[in-house]
Design a protein around this ligand. Structure first.
Ligand code: HEC
Length: 134
């Protein structure tokens, strides 16, 4: 193998790994408050308990962790309206949680109980969480 093709192979494998590494890094911004815990109690990603468990978040109803007691009324209301965590909803929520809830509930006074924003990489993080929930 020529040196140039070795370098190319290394660059290609580094690119393939990037989305996963980026998501693992982003997850550090979430795990203070969130864990990913399987129904049998296995911790797929360790984290805090002040936010809901993000196990199976893909396509889950909003405010859908039945063990979590601290949901805001507005997130619950949006869930009762039948909204689910599609990738688009997840990305929009993380970009502007309060704006997302105002649009989702039609209530201009709605306030998110989560005061964290993620303006890039949320789509990849959604897939990362989906993989952890397999
Ligand atoms: C400081 C604590 C904290 C951090 C950090 C945090 N969250 Fe949250 N998160 C919360 C709380 C509290 C709620 C519940 C909000 C509500 O009820 O309005 C929540 C709700 C959510 C929900 C809705 C879950 C459901 O069951 O409907 C998602 C999705 C979410 N967070 C993703 C993330 C992601 C991804 C990150 C990292 C980029 C993150 N959060 C960082 C505290 C946090």
């Amino acid at each position: 193998m020529k040196i140039s093709s070795i370098i190319q192979a290394v660059i290609l494998s580094a690119c393939a790994a990037t989305p996963l590494l980026a998501s693992e890094t982003r997850w550090r911004d979430c795990r203070t408050c969130h864990a990913v815990t399987a129904p049998d109690g296995t911790e797929r990603a360790r984290g805090g308990r002040s936010g809901p468990n993000l196990w199976g978040i893909a396509n889950r109803p909003l405010a859908g962790d039945s063990d979590y007691r601290f949901y805001s009324d507005d997130l619950r209301l949006a869930g009762q309206r039948g909204l689910r965590w599609s990738e688009d909803n997840f990305v929009a929520y993380l970009a502007e949680p309060t704006q997302f809830l105002r649009a989702a509930t039609g209530n201009r006074q709605a306030e998110s109980g989560m005061h964290v924003q993620l303006r890039s990489g949320a789509g990849a993080l959604f897939h990362y969480l989906q993989d952890l929930s397999q």
